[in-house]
Ligand binder design. Sequence first.
Ligand SMILES: O=c1cc[nH]c(=O)[nH]1
Length: 221
Amino acid sequence: MEPDLIQTAPCIVKDEEYGPQLKVLKNTNNIKELQTFLRDKTTARSDFIFYADRLIRLVVEEGLNQLPYQKFTVTTPTGYEYHGLKYEKGNCGVSIIRSGEAMEQGLQNCCGPIRIGKILIQSDADTHEAKVLYSNFPPEFSSRKVLLMYPIMSTGNTVTKAMNVLKNHRVKEQNVILLNLFCTPRSVKSLINSFPGITIVTTEVHPVAPNHFGQKYFGTE
Ligand SMILES: O=c1cc[nH]c(=O)[nH]1
C-alpha cells in the first residue's frame, strides 16, 4: 500500500484562534512536565539543559514533519518492497543568535549534516531598534526550506527582523518554519500578520514567556 503524505500530525493541536500557520504540540503530560521544569526558577542549570534539549527535540521532530517528502520504495532484508517516504533535499537551519543556537544540536541530531546559517540581531541601547549585526547563510539559500530556530518569543520583534533578512535574501515566507518552544499571543499575532506564509511550530502560547531561557541554558545569568 502507498503511504499517505500527511502534512499535519495527530500530535498537533489545531489552533482556531490563530489559523493553520500555528502548529502547537499536543499538551501531553510529558510535555507539560518539561515546560514546568523550564519555567521553575529552582531548576538547576544542568537539569534545565537536559529538559530543554528534550523539548527542543520534540519541536525539531515536528518541524521536520512540516517539510516536503516524496514516496520512496525500499527492499527489506526478507525481500519485500516497502513503500515509504524520503525527505526532499534542499533544507537548512538558521539560528537566531544566541538562544536559537541552543536548538542547533537538536536539529543536527535528527538531520546529521544539514547546513546551518546564523543571524545576530541586537537592540540598539538608545533607540531600542532591532539591528542586524551579522548574518551567514548556506549556498543557494533562496531556494531552500528554512527551519528558523528561536526558542522564546515575547514581542516577536527579533523574529520579525530575522524574517525581513530572509526575505531580503529572496527566501519565500512559505518556505520558513519557525521552531519555537514558548511564545506569547502577541508575538504569534504580530508574526502571522506580517508574514502570513510562515509556519510556526511551538509547544505553548502563553501570556508570560520564560525570558530567562538563553541565559540559563548558556550559563550567562
Ligand atoms: O533535511 C532533512 C529533512 C528531514 N530529515 C533529514 O535528515 N534532513
